[in-house]
Design a protein around this ligand. Structure first.
Ligand code: FO1
Length: 321
């Protein structure tokens, strides 16, 4: 039984990350801080869109569209129908109710509020007790380099449906981006008890967070045990292009490759039971393993995986002592 009141930090991007964050939120409530990727953010139809912040926010609020993997459940699309009728860009679809989030966020950003403050207010309005923090209040934009072209993230992901080979990724603006001040403040007595890298795409969702220059130093300085959950199960991604990108970058899509990707940063990796045979190789990298079911089909699965992560963190921590 964990009786500590210290916070647990989860790093998360899209759907997989949001699901585990939800499981952790069910167990931890206001002890959970989710640091969210904003490398996917962009401006569309004059609105500032923060897809990963919204995916995590809607998931924790229980209002996410589960089939689609983004946006709100029970959504209507009259705005998009009219955009299409007027000949506007309709490749990136904004639902009628979803637009309320983007309009409020955009207006407040233009008035000088920070993404952190706006996110906190949106979460409060949606009854979320966990804290969601953008990785930085400064702009960082994930860019895909393919066949001599530099593609903004949503062009690659939505407009081109990831159907071009990834040769390299860059995170524009990262060099100048400051760590979210509320993350930076979690030091000393306020340092988190543990850090969890959610089963988000390592290249598209977690690397942008780690690209913020002060992020890795902050993680080390907390002294907290760090674990990750592999988003690669049986050589394939549960959702999204992670395995495809790994192949394009000449990396074998496997849980062992995820361990190698995070080597030096993580103390432990949660892998699926079907990947049990990778455990010895991962342990040889100095990374502890926890083999369990990692595919989250139901809301209960999210909580079960979160429980397994918290138990694993206890074991990793006592190993380090
Ligand atoms: N993903 C799509 O595949 N098609 C869309 O039209 C789309 C619209 C959209 C609108 C708001 C939002 O917050 C997310 C949206 N997404 C859409 C998802 C998003 O592009 C990606 O899932 C993430 O950026 C990757 O994590």
């Amino acid at each position: 039984m964990n009786t500590s009141n210290r916070r647990i930090v989860a790093l998360a991007g899209g759907v997989g990350g949001a699901k585990l964050a939800d499981g952790l939120a069910q167990l931890l409530g206001d002890r959970l801080v989710v640091v969210v990727n904003t490398g996917d953010d962009f401006e569309h139809l004059g609105l500032h869109i923060s897809p990963d912040l919204d995916t995590v926010m809607y998931t924790l609020a229980g209002i996410a569209n589960k089939e689609q993997g983004w946006g709100l459940s029970g959504e209507s699309w009259t705005f998009m129908e009219q955009v299409a009728r007027l000949g506007g860009p309709d490749w990136f679809r904004l639902g009628d109710r979803d637009i309320a989030t983007h309009a409020i966020r955009t207006g407040r950003l233009r008035a000088g509020d920070t993404l952190t403050a706006i996110t906190a207010d949106l979460c409060r309005a949606l009854g979320i007790s966990s804290q969601l923090l953008p990785m930085s209040d400064d702009p960082v934009r994930t860019t895909i380099h393919s066949r001599g072209r530099a593609l903004p993230f949503q062009d690659y992901f939505v407009r081109l449906r990831c159907d071009v080979p990834v040769e390299r990724l860059s995170f524009e603006g990262a060099a100048a981006a400051r760590l979210n001040p509320l993350v930076d403040a979690m030091r000393g007595d306020e340092a988190p008890e543990a850090i969890i890298l959610c089963p988000s795409n390592p290249y598209l969702s977690i690397d942008p967070i780690l690209s913020v220059p002060a992020m890795r130093g902050w993680i080390k300085a907390t002294g907290a045990p760090v674990i990750a959950v592999s988003p690669i199960v049986g050589g394939a991604a549960i959702k999204g292009p992670a395995a495809k990108i790994m192949q394009e970058l000449d990396v074998q899509p496997s849980a062992a490759s995820v361990a190698a990707h995070y080597r030096g940063l993580i103390d432990g990796l949660v892998i699926d039971t079907v990947d049990d045979f990778h455990a010895a190789d991962i342990q040889a990298m100095g990374i502890a393993t926890n083999v369990t079911g990692t595919v989250m089909r139901s809301i209960d699965d999210r909580k079960t995986l979160a429980e397994s992560c918290l138990a694993f963190l206890q074991a990793v921590r006592s190993r380090a002592r």
